[in-house]
Design a protein around this ligand. Structure first.
Ligand SMILES: *Cc1c(COP(=O)(O)O)cnc(C)c1O
Length: 393
């Protein structure tokens, strides 16, 4: 343990405030460390392991694929990629085609490129400006950092950043921020990293129809909300809107790196405009296709909705038992948060929770965040909250 920590500290760059628990095994929403101590996982690796750890259907799909072909290249048709695109189109119900990348930030880069080219070729004047919201999060590349509405992330250390982004609007400010060069508005429907904050349906629908009328693209970043996290395949489905561009990543790969840009503008990009060596390869798309099948079954059987209701009830009880610590309960589906009265208390809850065998996350400055696997069982939920009770006492 100490030895592993020393190796990590010596050879891996210090970009995370790491916890040195060494997990050796995972079964659904339960993890085991090297001493076989078990932990209930209310994080699913920041919303990634949507179908649980060690999922047999996913591991079988991956093994079958990599025992055969792992990677050829996008110069040849890739069967699981085409089938995954078809499946995602069916699940979201939008008339869209997609591009495959490897991460959320990369998917957002693709979305911005599509929007920029649209702004270049569709109008008499060049339109290139993208408006994003305060407290948003869109990734860690230079461009997506600039798009992220958190000033603290726009460090001078990495400047200069690309032009054409305004990143601190509130929803109602968007209307007055738009000018003749605005090409797109990019939003999350439930802000994840910013504090698990959902927007209300009416204001999103109003914005969507306003943008449509002005011929400004609506990009919805569903990197965290996608793949049934909010109860529907996309949060856009739940909000009953039809964006122009949607990005996905995190939960759709079940732990395998993947990013996806979907758009109804199927002819904007032409060969040579965009690409990715690894994007959409046999490994990631075979895995994501099986994740989609599993989650589709989970939704159709009614089990996902049942789990959401059950988790909601347990969270509500926990919240009401501790009104001295928590200010409010926020979020949707299995993307939930409790606002904590101050950030010191939040940090100590997360530490204590870990000690008591339950993993939870932080979002924004003062939100205790829950992103359990969508396959979490009632027993695991019960046990997780039992341990959380101990952690806050
Ligand atoms: C996590 C996240 C990203 C960045 O995804 P990476 O895979 O880390 O690049 C972008 N947008 C949202 C909404 C996210 O939650």
């Amino acid at each position: 343990m100490k030895e592993l920590e020393a190796i990590d500290k010596k050879y891996v760059l210090n970009t995370y405030a790491r916890n040195y628990t060494n997990f050796k095994k995972g079964v659904n929403a339960t993890l085991f460390d090297q001493d076989e101590k078990d932990y209930i996982d209310f994080t699913s690796g920041i919303g990634v392991v949507s179908v649980g750890h060690g999922n047999k259907r996913v591991s079988e799909a991956i093994c079958n694929q990599v025992n055969n072909i792992t990677h050829i290249s996008n110069l040849y048709v890739i069967e699981p990629q085409a089938l995954l695109a078809q499946k995602i189109q069916q699940l979201c119900g939008y008339d869209m085609a997609m591009f495959f990348a490897n991460s959320g930030a990369e998917a957002n880069e693709g979305a911005i490129k599509i929007a920029r080219k649209y702004g270049q070729i569709k109008f008499d004047n060049k339109k290139y400006k993208v408006i994003t919201l305060e407290h948003s999060f869109h990734g860690r590349t230079i461009t997506t950092v600039k798009a992220t509405g958190q000033k603290s992330m726009h460090k001078d250390d990495f400047s200069p950043y690309p032009d054409g982004f305004s990143f601190d609007a509130k929803i109602d400010d968007i209307y007055s921020s738009i000018d003749n060069e605005t090409v797109a508005v990019m939003i999350e429907l439930v802000q994840g990293e910013g504090g698990v904050q959902p927007f209300d349906k009416e204001s999103i629908q109003k914005l969507a129809s306003f943008l449509k009328e002005k011929e400004i693209l609506l990009i919805v970043d569903e990197v965290q909300t996608g793949a049934y996290r909010t109860g529907e395949f996309l949060a856009s489905n739940l909000y009953d809107i039809e964006p122009d561009i949607i990005t996905m990543a995190k939960g759709i790969g079940g732990g395998v790196p993947i990013g996806i840009v979907l758009t109804k503008y199927k002819d904007i990009l032409v060969p040579g405009d965009h690409g990715s060596t690894f994007g959409g390869n046999y490994l990631s798309t075979a895995a994501a296709l099986e994740v989609c099948n599993i989650l589709d079954d989970l939704k159709n059987s009614g089990k996902l909705d049942e789990t959401i209701i059950y988790f909601e009830e347990k969270l509500k009880t926990f919240y009401e038992n501790h009104k001295d610590i928590f200010i409010s309960s926020v979020g949707l589906g299995l993307m939930r948060g409790l606002r904590v009265k101050d950030s010191d208390t939040l940090n100590s809850i997360i530490k204590n929770a870990n000690k008591n065998g339950v993993l939870v996350l932080k979002a924004g400055k003062n939100t205790l965040r829950f992103l359990p696997p969508l396959t979490i069982t009632k027993k695991e939920i019960d046990e997780g909250f039992k341990r959380l009770e101990k952690a806050v006492c």
